[in-house]
Design a protein around this ligand. Structure first.
Ligand SMILES: Cc1ncc(COP(=O)(O)O)c(C=O)c1O
Length: 464
C-alpha cells in the first residue's frame, strides 16, 4: 500500500498562564457576594473539619458552575469554599479543579445520593484517582519510548514526516482498508470535525442519549458543523436500537425538522456496554436504509475490539463505518487521536477543517510515533485487554459485597455499581475519586495501568 501523508493540527497561541490570568480576572469580576445554589443550606457543612493547610485555600472569587445541577446549598463570601471543604484544594491555577472543589463538598455532605447532583466524589487531601477514569492513567512506557525515539532532530512538519506516514499506514493495515487518516489532539475534536465533515448545517445526527458527543462536548459537534443538531435516541444500557433510529428518521419528513444525516455510535458505549456484531449489523442496515452516514466514536475502540475478540476490521465492517474516531489516549497515549475515514468521499478537504479548528499539529511526529509503536506486538490490544480484564474482576468482586449491586454487565473497562451510603462514605474518607453522575451509579474505570494491587486497595477500603 502506498504511503500517503496524513494531515492534522496544533493548538497554538495564548499560553495557559495568560488564559488563566484572564479567566481568573473575569471570574473575580463576576463574583458579587452571597451566591445561592438551590434553596440554601450552608449549615449542612458546618460539621466538616477546617482546612489543614490554609495557605492552599481555594480562591474566594469562584463563581461556581452555572450549567450543572446542585443540591441545596449556599455559598457566601464570608466563608472560603475550602473552609467547608476540609482543605480540599486541587490547585489554584485551574478553574475546572475549583469547580470540583465544590463537587467534593457536595458528595462529602451527601455521600452516595446517586442523583445528578453528585459528580465526582473525592477527598483530595488524600485523593486517589486510579479508578476515576482511564484518563487519569499516565503514559504507557512504550509511548514514552516512542516519543523519545521520534525526537531525533529536525524533520518535516505538519504531517509530512516519516512517523506520520508510517503510523497512518499502520492504521490502514490494522483496519484492512485504504482509509484517510488524520491525527488530532483529542476526542472532542475528532468527533466534532468528523461529524462536521458528514453534515450540512441543516442536518441532524442520531446518537444515544448518553453519547459523549451530546453530553460532554460542550456543543462542539454543533459548533464545528455550524448548527447540525444532535438527536438523542432513547437507549437501553447506553445502546441505540434500530427501532429507535427508524423512529427518529421517520417521525418527521418536513422542512422544519433537521434532516437526519448521520448515525453516531459509541464503541464501547459510555455505560461500558458493547454492541454485538449482530447488533452492529442491524444498526448499519437501518442506517443505510435511511441513507445515514455512520460515525463511530471509538474513544475506547481498543477496549471494544479486545472485548469482542475479533479483528478491528471485522468490527468496522459489521457497523459499516464511514468514519471512526479512533482513540488511543485512554489506552496509554498522552495526546493524539486518529480520525479515520473509510468513506473517503467524506474526507474531501478535511485537512482544511483540521487546520481551521486549530487541530493541525506542526510537530505531528509526536502524535503519530506512539501510534506506530502501539501496533507493534499488538500492544494496543494488550493494554485494552488489561483494562477490560481488571474491570471484569473488579465487577465480580464488588458484586459480592453486601449492599453493592452491579447496575449493568461489565463488558469493557468500566464498572457501574450501586453502593450503600456507608460504602460511599468509606471510599470518600479514604480519598477514592469516582464519578456518580454517569449511568446512575458509582463508576469505576480501569486502564492499561490498573493492577491487581489497585483492585485490592479499593476492595480493602470497602471491606475495612
Ligand atoms: C466516549 C467518549 N468519546 C470521546 C471522548 C473524548 O474526549 P476528550 O475530548 O476529552 O479527549 C471521551 C472522553 O472521555 C469519551 O468518553
Amino acid at each position: 500500500m502506498q504511503s500517503r501523508p496524513a494531515r492534522v493540527g496544533v493548538t497554538r497561541g495564548v499560553s495557559r498562564d495568560v488564559h488563566f490570568r484572564r479567566e481568573t480576572a473575569a471570574v473575580a469580576a463576576r463574583f458579587d457576594g452571597p451566591r445561592e445554589f438551590g434553596a440554601g443550606n450552608a449549615s449542612r457543612f458546618a460539621h466538616l473539619p477546617r482546612p489543614s493547610r490554609p495557605s492552599m485555600a481555594a480562591p474566594r472569587s469562584f463563581a461556581g458552575p452555572k450549567a450543572w445541577s446542585w443540591p441545596s446549598m449556599k455559598i457566601d463570601d464570608s466563608v472560603d469554599v475550602a473552609d467547608r471543604n476540609h482543605g480540599v484544594v486541587v490547585g489554584r491555577g485551574n478553574r475546572h479543579c475549583r469547580e470540583r472543589v465544590l463537587t467534593t463538598h457536595v458528595e462529602a455532605s451527601n455521600p452516595g445520593a446517586g442523583d445528578s447532583t453528585c459528580h465526582l466524589s473525592y477527598n483530595s487531601a488524600r485523593m486517589d484517582t486510579r479508578f476515576a477514569s482511564d484518563n487519569t492513567a499516565g503514559l504507557c512506557p512504550e509511548a514514552w519510548d516512542a516519543l523519545r525515539a521520534a525526537d531525533t532532530g529536525a524533520c518535516a512538519s505538519y504531517g509530512e514526516d516519516e512517523w506520520t506516514s508510517r503510523a497512518t499506514d499502520a492504521i490502514r493495515a490494522q483496519l484492512k482498508h485504504d482509509c484517510d487518516v488524520y491525527f488530532v489532539f483529542n476526542g472532542t475534536a475528532a468527533n466534532s470535525l468528523a461529524l462536521a465533515a458528514c453534515c450540512q448545517s441543516y442536518h441532524s445526527v442520531i446518537c444515544s442519549d448518553v453519547a459523549h458527543v451530546v453530553t460532554d462536548e460542550c456543543g462542539a459537534p454543533e459548533f464545528f458543523s455550524n448548527g447540525t443538531k444532535l438527536l438523542p435516541a432513547s437507549t437501553v444500557d447506553g445502546k441505540v436500537t434500530p427501532a429507535e433510529v427508524a423512529r427518529l428518521v421517520t417521525q418527521r419528513s418536513d422542512l422544519h425538522y433537521p434532516k437526519p444525516r448521520v448515525l453516531s455510535l459509541t464503541l464501547p458505549t459510555e455505560l461500558g456496554t458493547l454492541y454485538s456484531l449482530e447488533e452492529l449489523r442491524a444498526l448499519a442496515a437501518v442506517a443505510r436504509q435511511h441513507r445515514l452516514a455512520i460515525h463511530v466514536d471509538g474513544a475506547r475502540f481498543a477496549n471494544a475490539v479486545a472485548a469482542l475478540r475479533v479483528p478491528a476490521a471485522d468490527v468496522l465492517s459489521a457497523v459499516d463505518a464511514d468514519v471512526l474516531c479512533f482513540g488511543a489516549v485512554k489506552n496509554g497515549l498522552g495526546f493524539g487521536e486518529a480520525v479515520v475515514f473509510r468513506n473517503r468521499e467524506l474526507s474531501a478537504e478535511f485537512s482544511w477543517r483540521c487546520k481551521q479548528a486549530g487541530q493541525l499539529a506542526s510537530k505531528m511526529r509526536y502524535l503519530a510515533a506512539p501510534w506506530l509503536r502501539g501496533f507493534e506486538s499488538e500492544l494496543w490490544l494488550k493494554n485494552a485487554k488489561n483494562a477490560n480484564d481488571c474491570a471484569r474482576l473488579l465487577g465480580e468482586r464488588l458484586a459480592q459485597l453486601p449492599g453493592a449491586r452491579l447496575v449493568r454487565p461489565v463488558e469493557a473497562n468500566a464498572v457501574f455499581v450501586e453502593l450503600s451510603p456507608a460504602q460511599h462514605r468509606k471510599l470518600h474518607e479514604a480519598g477514592w475519586a469516582y464519578y456518580t453522575f454517569i449511568g446512575g451509579a458509582a463508576r469505576f474505570v480501569c486502564s492499561w495501568a490498573t493492577s491487581s494491587a489497585d483492585l485490592d486497595a479499593l476492595l480493602d477500603t470497602l471491606t475495612s
